[in-house]
Write a protein that binds this ligand. Structure first.
Ligand code: HEM
Ligand SMILES: *[C@@H]1O[C@H](CO)[C@@H](O)[C@H](O)[C@H]1NC(C)=O
Ligand SMILES: *[C@@H]1O[C@H](CO)[C@@H](O)[C@H](O)[C@H]1NC(C)=O
Length: 732
């Protein structure tokens, strides 16, 4: 038997070749020893990081990179999956090292780990169960309700679109070493005969936008922006490994510029507007966790042989950001003291009598930002809010949507209980949850996507529902999460607007700068609640992404900054993340979408309709092929009636097409809802949801479309209520 086997372990790879029928030279006990040692290393790095994080947050020393790390921290089942992957990676690495020592030379092309050995390693580290196909026979009501993790949505490929599976790839990954290391890991290695520019340099030269220069969108409201983030948080979450320091040499990623897994720090250019000249600092960056057994151990699970990243969320539009994406979390969010099908609410505070999200019970409180922002050390701090997605506190606009939709669930559950007094809490919860999923499928397709990808793409790809297709894999693609759907970072305003009942600037609680609205649940509790913020979202315009005003410096220079520490740069993070994930360059994606591939400055200038921008990009990248896909995509001029260029319109539409066609429980699929229920759902409106759950009495009837105050605002009593009567069950 001949075989050739390559293994990947966090950045190093080794190939073993078996030309004769060699006996496996690794004993079972040697493998077990390596696994135990790897587990100890990983566990101690996790434990160190956990203690260090809690300590930093407790002492109010958490810096912006801690905040990002805590934000991207895997929890619950995701944490188990990431931990298993780390165990496996480190085991393989240890075995390599010990073999090297024995051989006194770097081993390469030796036959020391067999496929069976790898299987043993996978079993011992917990990687195997990640790949087992769950059975759907035991799950009740599969035709009626979604499972929390969406496993069994597809009955044949039961993991398709489910939580904690790898992102899919529409084009093969491109790593520096072809397997796992990011492009640019070794800055001296050329890509297509050119050096890649530093991501911070690209950010400085292409994306920089001072707060005073921001232009507003003539057509769309800031709700379009934040609803985009809301939708993203239903679909994608890419976890880090929860470590601060490198496994191999114990270096803290945020204290060093050394590239050592999982640290991939962002180097600063020689001249930087914020950091000055020749700064020795780096912006810390942690690589996304590798999916279990990806890289060259992937084939034993029938997966591909490069490093893959994991999506903790379900690929479906199912309001997962309200309910959670695994059973444990989902149960934890429910109010099980009574049998009413409700979600838990805050028992300490209300918003003028209306419900607020419950607090987290985490030991460390990264939302204790009030004293730092107000410079008053006597103020009361509160915990972060808890919701279905871990990022609900990221900004107060997003927090407001989370709160609004939690209230809507509870409103629906109570109304359903009146209609159907015989339903128990479980039934009420599931029916309300199902309606909520329907709401967002309708609103996303009917109202939102049109404004983003424009009418032409809608006509071509997203018009009439073609029916469920069980051969469509709905999984989110890596390029969607890591590049295309980050388009709206360029539509974020430098302020979180707060407006009074007349939709004018709120006198008592004026609009904070964005960087003073990150992780500030206390603003909702102590500063007038939801209503001023929601009015700000529907009553003020989005930022317009223009080719010379791309990303507000609130995100580029002050991300997660609460006082004087080193703030992050979201543009640099997006670019570095694309390299971390091995995304191919701009032109490969243009080709994937059937678009032209500009080869020189003249052609690029034509695609961008902008000679100056083409020149700046080529000064950095040398050739269009090398342009990082995120910046290439956001630099394109908009398609007609949309807010992205042709490349991102294609990638976004392709993803949503798959999300719709590959969802057995899509609201329009036969048998999911009754015809009468579908008619109700067609009439749903975000305007009415706002009216039903806040003190707001007057709203723009189409809250994505900007109307100056006075025209197009409608009294709530004139907006039709959601008709629940088709949910009344005949009990005779
Ligand atoms: C105030 C506004 C926002 C802030 C502060 C923010 C911040 C962030 C941060 C820090 C990340 C992680 C970056 C990394 O390390 O890779 C991220 C990821 C992302 N953001 Fe935003 N964002 C905002 C708004 C939006 C909006 C409006 C959209 C969309 C339409 C969006 C879509 C995304 C997506 C798709 C990801 C990748 C998520 C994942 O898979 O983990 N964001 N954002
Ligand atoms: C393995 O050996 C080949 C041939 O000597 C060499 O080209 C390759 O770079 C080596 N790979 C590693 C990982 O050392
Ligand atoms: C659970 O529901 C009951 C009844 O509506 C309510 O009184 C109680 O405060 C709720 N508890 C939580 C934690 O939401």
């Amino acid at each position: 038997m001949k075989w050739f086997l390559c293994l990947i372990a966090a950045g190093v790879y080794l190939c073993f070749q078996n030309l004769v029928d060699a006996e496996p030279r690794l004993s079972r006990s040697a493998i077990e020893k390596a696994v135990m040692e790897a587990k100890a290393t990983v566990d101690s790095a996790y434990e160190y990081s956990r203690r260090e994080s809690i300590e930093r947050v407790r002492r109010n020393m958490a810096n912006p990179s801690d905040i990002l790390r805590l934000l991207k921290q895997p929890v619950g089942l995701t944490r188990d999956a990431v931990r298993a992957a780390d165990y496996m990676d480190n085991t393989v690495k240890l075995i390599k090292r010990s073999l090297e020592k024995r051989q006194k030379r770097s081993i390469n092309a030796t036959d020391l780990i067999s496929e069976e050995d790898l299987q043993v390693i996978a079993d011992l580290t917990g990687c195997s169960p990640r790949h087992r196909v769950p059975s759907c026979k035991m799950t009740p009501n599969l035709d009626r309700f979604r499972t929390a993790s969406s496993v069994c949505n597809n009955r044949k490929n039961t993991r398709w679109g489910s939580a904690n599976t790898p992102f899919t790839r529409w084009l093969p990954a491109e790593y520096q070493d072809k397997i796992s290391l990011p492009k640019g890991w070794d800055p001296k290695q050329k890509v297509n005969k050119r050096f890649l520019p530093l991501v911070r340099e690209v950010s400085n030269r292409i994306l920089r936008t001072a707060t005073s220069d921001v232009e507003s969108d003539p057509l769309y409201t800031h709700l379009v922006t934040i609803f985009g983030q809301w939708t993203d948080h239903d679909l994608t979450f890419t976890p880090h490994s929860p470590v601060i320091r490198s496994f191999s040499n114990g270096i803290d990623c945020d204290k060093s510029c050394e590239r050592t897994e999982p640290c991939f720090p962002i180097e600063l250019p020689k001249e930087d507007p914020r950091f000055g000249r020749n700064s020795e600092e780096c912006i810390p960056f942690f690589r996304s966790a590798a999916a279990c057994g990806s890289g060259n151990t992937g084939h034993i699970f029938g997966a591909s042989d490069v490093r893959q990243q994991m999506n903790s969320l379900t690929a479906f539009i199912d309001a997962g950001q309200v309910y959670g994406s695994d059973d444990t979390k989902a149960r934890f969010l429910r109010n099980l003291t009574t049998d009413e099908g409700l979600l838990r609410v805050n028992t300490e505070y209300t918003d003028n009598g209306r419900e607020l999200l419950p607090f987290t019970s985490m030991g460390a409180n990264m939302c204790a930002t009030r004293s730092r922002i107000t410079n008053d050390f006597n103020v009361e701090e509160v915990q972060c809010f808890l919701a279905g997605d871990e990022r609900s506190n990221e900004n107060i606009g997003l927090t407001s949507l989370h709160t609004l939709l939690m209230r809507e669930h509870n409103r629906l559950a109570r109304a359903l209980a009146k209609l159907n007094p015989h339903w128990n809490g479980e039934r009420l919860y599931q029916e309300a949850r199902k309606i909520m999923g329907g709401y967002f499928q309708v609103i996303t397709f009917r109202d939102y996507l049109l404004h983003i990808v424009g009418p032409d793409v809608i006509t071509n790809q997203l018009s009439t529902y073609p029916g469920y297709d069980e051969t469509v894999d709905p999984s989110i693609s890596n390029v969607f999460a890591t590049a295309a759907y980050r388009f709206a970072h360029l539509m974020v305003q430098p302020f979180m607007f707060r407006l009074n009942e007349q939709y004018k600037e709120h006198h008592e609680f004026p609009s904070p700068l964005l960087h003073k609205a990150f992780f500030t649940p206390w603003r909702i509790i102590f500063e007038g609640g939801l209503d001023p913020i929601l009015r700000g979202l529907v009553g003020r315009q989005a930022k317009l992404n223009t080719q010379d005003q791309m990303m507000t410096d609130e995100l580029r220079e002050r991300l997660f900054k609460f006082s004087t520490e080193l703030a992050l740069d979201l543009a640099a993070l997006n670019l570095q993340r694309g390299r971390d994930h091995g995304l191919p360059g701009y032109n490969k994606w243009r080709k994937f979408c059937g678009l032209s591939q500009p080869k020189n400055r003249r052609q690029l200038a034509k695609v961008l309709k902008n000679g100056k921008l083409a020149r700046s990009l080529l000064d950095l990248y040398g050739r269009p092929d090398n342009i990082d896909v995120w910046v290439g995509g956001v630099a394109e001029p908009f398609v007609r009636g949309g807010r992205v260029g042709p490349l991102f319109a294609c990638l976004i539409a392709t993803q949503f097409q798959r999300i719709r066609e590959g969802d057995r429980l899509w609201w329009e699929n036969k048998g999911v809802f009754t015809e009468a229920q579908r008619e109700s759902l067609e009439q749903t409106s975000l305007a009415r949801i706002i009216c039903d759950n806040t003190g707001i009495t007057e709203v723009p009837e189409r809250p994505f479309e900007y109307r100056p105050r006075g025209s197009g605002y409608t009294k709530c009593k004139n907006i039709p209520a959601f008709d629940l009567s088709p949910w009344k069950e005949n009990t005779e």
